[in-house]
Design a protein around this ligand. Sequence first.
Ligand SMILES: N[C@@H](CCC(=O)N[C@@H](CS)C(=O)NCC(=O)O)C(=O)O
Length: 204
Amino acid sequence: MKLYGASPSPFFRKARVVLEEKGIPYETENLVPVPKTPELLALHPMGKIPVLRDGETVVPDSSVICAYLEKKYPLPALYPDDPPDLAKALFLEEYADTRMAETLGAIFFERFVKIHVLRQATDEARVQELLVSAVPAVLDYLESQIPSDRDTVLPRFSIADAALGAHLGNLSFAGLEIDRQRWPRTARYYQALLARSSFKTAMA
Ligand SMILES: N[C@@H](CCC(=O)N[C@@H](CS)C(=O)NCC(=O)O)C(=O)O
């Protein structure tokens, strides 16, 4: 089994965390989404990463990859059986992949992609604008969803934690930390995720 992508991508990290948590043997191959080479488009019709190859089966999209892995390797289960818990986990995955990708991803773009990939200067005014409104709104929402007494949003580690942690990782790649005074649950939760061996591997 091979996962194509690059570790600065939160979607690649999410899929990698799931592979690690399930203990599935896999290898990675570095693949970036620009330019849209014929090889990339043959793997993913929209030219995005990540993509999983399992024998003859090619699986694009992190959410599809994670659902595929759950079906093929059911244990440990990362999708709750309880319908309300399942709904919560799936919505938090969706929230991470959309709202968090837009906001934390915009900071990551300014502070990481522009410097290391595009060789351009960071627009710090844009970063500050995001840090004043859009990012606090995301962290306020997470603070309302993360319990005070455990390190997972649901009773067991789930796809929600893989997705939230993967996208919070954009802050680390942008050289930012979560303010412990303002968002104590989220800061503690993220530190606990980073301590898991799955995240240590995916964030490297
Ligand atoms: N819904 C997709 C999103 C993947 C995605 O947007 N990946 C980014 C890298 S972090 C990408 O490939 N961007 C290039 C593009 O959109 O053309 C998933 O979950 O895999």
